[in-house]
Design a protein around this ligand. Structure first.
Ligand SMILES: Nc1ncnc2c1ncn2[C@@H]1O[C@H](COP(=O)(O)OP(=O)(O)OP(=O)(O)O)[C@@H](O)[C@H]1O
Length: 257
């Protein structure tokens, strides 16, 4: 299993809140007027936990993820990641925080077709001018079960394997938090299960914090809890979710209950 940085000592961020949002508002100005994507979201994501974020289309899930990961700025409110308040950081410090402490996994695997799995994993660190030690790349390849596929290009890998390469790429910087936006959205159910088991293992083993947007109740059932969003607000929360309970909650939301 891949070992996160300083696992011999307990990091401050692993015993408290890895991510905290306080009264976060996010508005977009459009030709049609102002869109309130987030309308006062407060949430804590404890270190070493796995949270699924669900809700109807347009409820603000991706915006929440983008703001929490420092990929987008908030209109008002605060976002803290690993103890740092994002709006208080210079753009340089924010870049370093994102590079060193945060991983991001998308629905589209976003792999470079001409590069091998290993080269794809190495790419972000190379572009940042800080190549990963080969041992680190070996460790993440092993942690996602792709040691024997390191030399394969994306076209030679299944969808599930490609997403595992994308996860390894997010892990090679040894982040505290991984944000995943519909990571199983493009996968069949068997590959989805494989990827979700892997993610679950990264939380249970090395103690990663994972925040995952999904539309799929079965995917959400792998998480420790589900946060439900509606109209840019948190409308509910479910601990120890099962697929049936999640589906029932979503159906109730759709029915306006
Ligand atoms: N860059 C943007 N400019 C203008 N409006 C935006 C922008 N990004 C998101 N929005 C709007 O903000 C609201 C929330 O969008 P968001 O993508 O966060 O929802 P979502 O819950 O992730 O939706 P989906 O499940 O369909 O992906 C929507 O009304 C959307 O149209």
């Amino acid at each position: 299993m891949f070992t996160l940085r300083n696992r011999t000592t307990v990091k401050e961020s692993q015993v408290g809140e890895a991510v905290e949002l306080v009264e976060v508002h996010k508005e977009y100005s459009t030709d049609a007027g102002v869109v309130k994507a987030l309308a006062g979201v407060s949430a804590v994501f404890e270190a070493g936990t796995f949270t699924a974020v669900m809700g109807p289309s347009g409820s603000g899930k991706s915006t929440l993820l983008q703001c929490a990961a420092g990929l987008d700025t908030v209109t008002s409110g605060q976002v803290r990641v690993a103890g740092a308040e994002l709006s208080g950081l210079s753009s340089n410090a924010l870049t370093i925080l994102r590079r060193d402490r945060i991983g991001f996994v998308f629905q589209a695997f976003n792999l470079i077709p001409s590069l091998t799995a290993r080269q794809n994993i190495e790419l972000p660190r190379r572009l940042a001018g800080r190549p990963a030690p080969p041992g680190d790349v070996d460790a993440v390849l092993e942690s996602v079960g792709l040691t024997d596929r390191a030399g394969h290009r994306p076209s030679e890998l299944s969808g599930g394997q490609q997403q595992r390469v994308a996860i390894a790429r997010a892990l090679v910087t040894r982040p505290d938090v991984v944000f995943a936006d519909e990571p199983t959205g493009a996968l069949d159910s068997a590959s989805s299960r494989e990827v979700l088991k892997l993610v679950r293992g990264l939380v249970d083993g090395p103690g990663l914090t994972v925040v995952m947007v999904t539309h799929d109740p079965r995917a959400a059932s792998h998480a420790d809890r589900v946060l439900f969003l509606a109209d840019g607000r948190i409308s509910g929360e479910l601990a120890d979710p099962t697929a049936d309970l999640v589906a029932a909650q979503l159906a109730a939301m759709e029915a306006g209950a």
